[in-house]
Design a protein around this ligand. Structure first.
Ligand code: NDP
Length: 505
């Protein structure tokens, strides 16, 4: 094929992409569409939940509960206990009392408990997936295929380490730290609970876990699983509540280690609180991760990577590829193909198996996203709202969108949006891509797309990010450490490196 023919072919392809994605079927029914595919598994939800302390569900000393809202319907689905400082104290005391016995138990027995947690998560996986999607708004396909299997994987993986810790740290005698306070966010509720609990338990520590206010239900279901597998009382305690509950846990004098995942803002507050103590601390915070597409990349594959990078879980992902850098020579092609692909994304009912993008986790988060959309347009970027999915009448929804004409100084290029909003920028040379990608206070993750292995290794080495995905994005594995640089936090979770945070060497 001559270069002219190649160019004409490319132009034809781009012209085809700009036509609407509808297929005429019959005069009566003018477009192909997916029939609803509702999830049929039911997950029982109690009207009211207590706190899980010392192996039992107990009434909170605070006598307070708050509503848990289904973000897809705005209905109250349950009342969740709000732990005050006295409740936190009771949970920490239970964990402290359980610590000596749990630390001394034969590590092979400890492994069996953790293994049983993993097996029960697998056995109850569909129910957990329904619960996760109902409580948090994420599509059932994601909770079913990603969140819950990965949560089980983390327990399986760490069950394997429980009796091999002295091989993990050659020459050392690893010992448990004691009571670990663990605070998790709302974007991957059960998975984050697994990330925190599995290594802590494998290393012989006891835990007090605080889930996020808007997504407590799967952590409470996990508490039921812990009862089913006869985990000794007090080894894991789960206290629900808001920021004040988390703060009481951070400041409790008997807590030996804090593990926090959430916003950089709260991470800084926690770092200050721990600075004057001998508490160990790991922080997994925000990000504004670059996803870099070179002109020699497989474009169709990269488009899927862009979609997966930013629109997975409604963009509520700390490592979301929210800054897209495209080499200038392929910018038009990437934008045309991205637009075409985004038109096909289905936004709606999280419990429909065809849904790609579910509900925004809360009313507050939706308002935050809208503020960023206004800031983007107000500062001069061009908003592309190319997806036209019909949205349900109730619930919190945001169609996936992207901005072009984005300058590095724009708010949408600098701050974590935590929503389905992508900022597209271009670059000319690898050096420029690197410079711009690293120009951020964050350093959690990055993506590189190229057919050239040497280029990928060179760029990946120079990117200041805890995780760099090459020709893929948002891949997770329990054996692979995850964590950030700079304002994305410190410490690693997962893998051998993740164990280090939970042992005294
Ligand atoms: P937060 O950082 O406030 O929440 C994370 C967890 O910390 C929750 O369990 C929260 O409880 C708890 N918490 C809140 N304040 C304190 C405190 N002072 N001491 C101890 N624990 C505390 O995130 P938000 O839910 O408020 O979300 C705000 C923004 O943060 C988002 O828009 C997003 O940009 C970012 N974010 C980033 C995440 C990441 O993984 N990088 C995860 C979540 C949010 P509660 O939920 O009950 O308030």
């Amino acid at each position: 094929m001559t270069p002219e023919q190649q160019t004409r072919g490319r132009e034809r392809e781009l012209a085809e992409l700009s036509t609407p994605v509808t297929h005429v079927v019959s005069p009566q029914r003018s477009v192909w569409d997916y029939s609803p595919a509702p999830e049929t598994t039911k997950a029982a939800i109690a009207d009211r939940y207590g706190l899980f302390i010392n192996g039992d569900f107990v009434t909170p000393r605070s006598r307070k509960h708050f509503a848990s809202i289904n973000p897809a319907t705005e209905e109250t689905i349950s009342e969740i206990a709000e732990a005050n400082a006295d409740d936190v104290d009771a949970a920490v005391k239970a964990a402290k009392a359980a610590a000596p016995r749990w630390a001394k138990i034969d590590p092979r027995e400890r492994a069996k408990y953790i293994f049983r947690i993993a097996r029960r998560i697998q056995e109850r996986s569909r129910e957990l997936a329904v619960l996760e999607s109902t409580d948090g708004g994420k599509p059932i396909a994601e909770s079913r295929d990603i969140d819950i299997p990965l949560a089980a994987q983390h327990f399986f993986y760490h069950a394997g380490w429980a009796d091999k810790l002295r091989f993990a740290f050659a020459g050392a005698q690893p010992k448990p730290i004691g009571v670990c306070g663990q605070i998790i966010p709302w974007n991957f509720p059960l998975l984050m609970a697994a990330w925190k609990l599995a290594p802590a338990l494998a290393c012989g520590n006891t835990c007090v876990l605080k889930p996020a206010e808007t997504t407590s239900l799967t952590a409470l279901r996990l508490a039921e699983i812990l009862q089913e597998i006869d985990l000794p009382p007090g080894v894991v305690n789960i206290i629900t509540g808001a920021g004040a509950t988390g703060a009481a846990l951070v400041n409790h004098p008997h807590v030996r280690k804090i593990a926090f995942t959430g916003s950089t803002e709260v991470g800084k507050i926690i770092a200050k609180a721990c600075a004057s103590t001998d508490k160990r601390l790991t922080l997994e915070l925000g990000g504004k991760s670059p996803n870099i597409i070179f002109d020699d990349a497989s474009i169709d594959q990269a488009i899927e990577g862009i979609i997966q990078g930013i629109y997975f879980n409604q963009g509520h992902v700390c490592c979301a590829g929210s800054r897209l850098f495209v080499q200038e020579s392929i910018l038009d092609e990437v934008i045309a193909k991205l637009t075409h692909r985004m038109k096909a994304l289905r936004v709606g009912d999280p419990l429909d198996k065809n849904t790609d993008i579910g509900a925004i986790n809360s009313k507050a988060q939706l308002a935050t996203i809208h503020r960023f959309l206004e800031a983007g347009s107000g500062e001069g970027a061009q908003l592309h709202e190319v997806n036209t999915s019909t949205l349900p009448n109730r619930g919190y929804w945001c169609r996936p969108c992207f901005f072009t004409n984005v300058q590095p100084s724009h708010t949408i290029a600098r701050e974590e949006i935590f929503g389905p909003v992508l900022s597209v920028m271009s670059f000319r040379t690898p050096e420029e891509a690197l410079l711009r990608a690293n120009n951020t206070p964050y350093g959690l993750a990055a993506g590189v797309w190229s057919d050239k292995g040497s280029k990928i290794f060179d760029i990946a080495r120079k990117l200041k990010a805890g995780v760099v995905w090459c020709n893929t994005y948002n891949r997770f594995d329990a054996a692979s450490p995850f964590g950030g640089f700079k304002e994305s936090g410190f410490g690693r979770e997962g893998g051998l490196q993740g164990l280090k945070a939970y042992v005294e060497l």
